[in-house]
Design a protein around this ligand. Structure first.
Ligand code: ATP
Length: 366
């Protein structure tokens, strides 16, 4: 009987609970035992009560809850080998030999590192007499499966991450609310949305709300953007538009990698454009609330697929991450997906924005 652990890690995202529910129930359905690891890697390092067996009814109601009910944390101890060795020990004590992690690229990197070190961590535990060879022997292979939970939609190789469409819908609702004031007063609004290295939320919100201008990290504006933005705004106003909406990603930069701030954009619109301009920073509102139908479905289908991946894994199978590509739930190499994601950040650092956009591969990247 396999004993499968599930955890949520990194920033919370709507739909994570649906993923936990699906993993628990699919595991039980397949005659396995399921364990929730509370507070991300913290729970793995602390062990004890932080790792609890989950029954069918324990995840009742999870599907429609936002955030993550089993908690998440950033765990510094897991970044250290000592912490990972303790985590391995706790897993063996609980009899867990497979781990499904729902989190961002950091969490998935940590997971793969853990799997890579697993054999040597076990040897250390025996050498240090923390566990006996007999205790360790049944656990020689660790299965890791990744699920991508992140509102940013920033992982390569998947069209959507769990949570991104809920967040996008929330942003659109917020912009619609701001719109009423904007139209009434003929104002301009600069809206800051999340996305440190990824402009997907900003770009998608811009498309979905008909924004006038969007700032993203992957495709920074060219020098002289101030004039270009004002030209766009003026053109729209001349056609009778009574509002101006500019969406700025949290990580927006210019082509010299200097941060583009909402204040800066507001100054251009107000001083040079003569518009009554306000800034609205959406902040954590865009992470919260109930998951959309899409995220509930994605989390459910991917959670079920993650358990299947555990059951079908051989010692030779590389760790998979469960993705969605062209509406199909697929498994991809976790390492490759993380590596390609990191390449985007490197391309941006090197000012190779064309490459950054190619790697993002969104339909409307141009
Ligand atoms: P988000 O996209 O919301 O930032 P994330 O999963 O990328 O989510 P991180 O803070 O990068 O968030 O990582 C979450 C946790 O994963 C860390 O606190 C740490 O415990 C673990 N982790 C991240 N990177 C590594 C690594 N290289 N080695 C070991 N553990 C790691």
């Amino acid at each position: 009987k396999r004993r499968i652990g599930v955890m949520t890690s990194g920033g919370d995202a709507p739909g994570m609970n649906g993923a936990v529910r699906a993993v628990v129930r699919m595991a039980i359905h397949n005659n396995c035992e399921a364990f929730a690891i509370y507070e991300g890697y913290d729970g793995l390092v602390k062990g004890g009560d932080m790792i609890k067996e989950m029954h069918w009814e324990d995840v009742r109601g999870f599907l429609s809850e936002g955030g993550t009910l089993i908690g998440t944390a950033r765990c510094m101890e897991f970044m250290q080998r000592d912490g990972r060795r303790t985590a391995a020990k706790n897993m063996i004590i609980k009899g867990i030999d497979a781990l499904i992690i729902c989190g961002g690229d950091g969490s998935l990197t940590g997971a793969d590192r853990f799997r890579d070190e697993w054999p040597s961590l076990l040897e250390e535990l025996i050498e240090r007499k923390e566990l006996t060879k007999e205790q360790v022997d049944p656990f020689r292979h660790l299965n890791i499966v990744g699920l991508v939970g992140s509102i940013d939609n920033d992982l390569s190789m998947t069209d959507a991450t769990i949570g991104c469409y809920t967040s996008l819908a929330r942003i659109c609702e917020a912009i619609d609310s701001v719109d009423t004031t904007a139209v009434s007063h003929q104002r301009a609004f600069v809206i800051e949305v999340m996305g440190r290295h990824c402009g997907w939320l900003a770009l998608s919100a811009g498309v979905a709300t008909g924004a006038d201008f969007v700032f993203t990290p992957e495709n920074p504006p060219h020098p002289g953007w101030e004039k270009e933005m004002l030209k766009q705004v003026k053109k729209q106003r001349e056609m009778g538009k009574r509002k101006t909406i500019v969406v700025v990603a949290e990580g927006a930069i210019d082509r010299d990698l200097k941060k583009v701030t909402c204040e800066q954009v507001k100054d251009v619109l107000a001083k040079d454009g003569g518009l009554d301009t306000r800034i609205t920073t959406l902040g954590h509102v865009q992470r919260g609330g109930t998951p959309s139908a899409y995220d509930r479905m994605l989390a459910t289908l991917q959670g079920a697929e993650a358990v299947k991946a555990v059951l079908e894994a051989t010692p030779e199978t590389p760790s998979p991450v469960i993705c969605i590509q062209e509406n199909k739930i697929v498994r991809r190499s976790l390492l490759e997906a993380v590596a390609q994601t990191k390449e985007v950040a490197v391309a941006i650092e090197n000012k190779d924005f064309e490459r950054a956009m190619q790697l993002r591969d969104t339909e409307f990247a141009e």
